[in-house]
Design a protein around this ligand. Structure first.
Ligand code: FES
Length: 106
């Protein structure tokens, strides 16, 4: 999956994410500012919040109840595009995805 992270503060970053790896993991490994991921992907921190570009929301699996709950405590406003990037896992089915990083995660 080719994942592009758009940031309000920096240039866009595009990463090639191997199947099975979450966008959060890929971003953290790449040292991307803007994804904090305090809980390491356990759906317990909401500091991996991203806004998925509308063009790609339909490709994603529906969110779990846990993810839905965590999105209630994001640092920036939740919208219809909000997801936890630790729950967005690259796969063969998703060729490309674009997400916007929020202004802040805490
Ligand atoms: Fe903590 Fe995603 S990394 S909820």
């Amino acid at each position: 999956t080719k994942a592009t992270f758009r940031s309000p503060k920096a240039d866009d970053v595009t990463l090639v994410v191997e199947p099975g790896v979450s966008l959060m993991q890929a971003a953290v490994r790449a040292g991307l500012d803007g994804i904090v991921a305090d809980c390491g992907g356990q759906r317990q921190c909401a500091t991996c919040h991203v806004y998925v570009d509308e063009a790609f929301t339909g490709l994603l699996p529906p969110m779990s109840e846990d993810e839905d709950d965590m999105l209630e405590i994001t640092a920036t406003e939740r919208t219809g595009r909000s997801r936890l990037s630790c729950q967005l896992v690259a796969s063969e089915d998703i060729e490309e995805i674009v997400v916007d990083l929020p202004e802040r995660q805490r």
